[in-house]
Design a protein around this ligand. Sequence first.
Ligand SMILES: [Zn+2]
Length: 464
Amino acid sequence: MKLRLPFLAVVVLVGAAISVQTASCSSSDDAAPTPLEAGPVVPPTDGGGDGAFVPADHPAFPQLVYNGGPVLKTPTLVAITFANDPHRAELDTFTETIGKTQAYWKAIADDYGVGPAAGRSVHLAGNAPATISDTQIRAALTTNLTGPTPGYGALDSQAVYTFFIPAGTAGAKGPADAGYPDSDMAAGLCSEAYGYHDSMLVNGQPVVYAIVALCPPALYASFGITKAIDALTAVTTHEWFEAVSDPFSHLPGSKAGFYGLDELHSTWSVVRDHSQAGENGDLCHEAADHIDLVLPNITYKVQRIWSNQEAKLGRHYCAPANGATAFNSVPVLPDRIPFTFGGKTLMVEGVTIPVGTSKTVELKLFSSAPTEAWTVEAVDSLSYDAVTGGGYTAVTGGVSLDGGPVIPPRLTFALDKPSGVNGDVIKMTITAVKNDGRYGKATPFIVGSKLGKETRYYIGAVGN
Ligand SMILES: [Zn+2]
């Protein structure tokens, strides 16, 4: 279930395509993620010894947990478009091509045991209606996947039935069974998510589907996306990889696939997605994670997706790395602290600092290749969006959400130097100013590392 916090509005600005978890996803409780043994230090990945560059040791990154449920091993992507969709031809090409790419699809899918994806298209005869709801989508799937000549082809549980909603059609915010009123068309799909995926049973067989809406251009501007087709393809890749890696966890009795970060790092999904779950698309939807993928004659934007393998190697936690140099500044967090979210308390990596006191921890800097020095900044998680360019802005004395009152930081930070390179250690003194109870006795923080146009993050927490 997607839990909403007062500052959810910011997520909409920062994150493309929030995936909506259904209210009935008790499967994530049934299949409680097994905390992975996240060792404190990743050994160098390069044997070195002959003068070769060696990434410096650093604490481990999170891992997305496999919960034993199905993944789509032989997926077929199905583009379902309305007759008046001006992007129909491009979406068809994209859908038929993307799943065969080595540099993008395979680079991500291998991590999840998902094979190459076939693609095909369904052309609806009619124009898009003025409004559309999740209930109508489900009814259309049931109608068109049954009977002697099913309109969408024979029912295929390896297919991801993807409905593209052109501009001008209002849509529900998300699945009705996730607590979104199906009749709520006023704000529309674009007010809270640009797309989502969900699953249902048709004739007793599991079916996964996705909805991708074309929203007003301003919503994509912060991702550097200026073309409508790029907006569609970027969001679609996000939904497709979430769907193929965890297709049916919403269905009663079905186990989750890849869903939820290891407990030690569950702070990450809460801070980045305001959800305890963590889906592979949501974990990599920053602006810098949107990249161009060159297909024959066409360049599309696609989204990087969480990669356990990349995270384990300590290079970049979103794939494909596309040749980019990985770099980050990782805090050494010695304690296991209680972190409360959504009524649950998890033990996460952190550092215990009683309110009113300070403690110094080390930041270990590493990169995958020689770089210029990058600048390092640490902020209270409420300032996250002030760093990433979201709805919060930095103001004198703290942050402000959409021009509202000043929210002073709960944590303050002092670094003994502002920048560094691979192998450097920065001493970071954290002062716990107050605990606002938002996450029980924990207060998350973000360490940002900025090199040129790229920024990398590491998320930690203070236990008060
Ligand atoms: Zn998502």
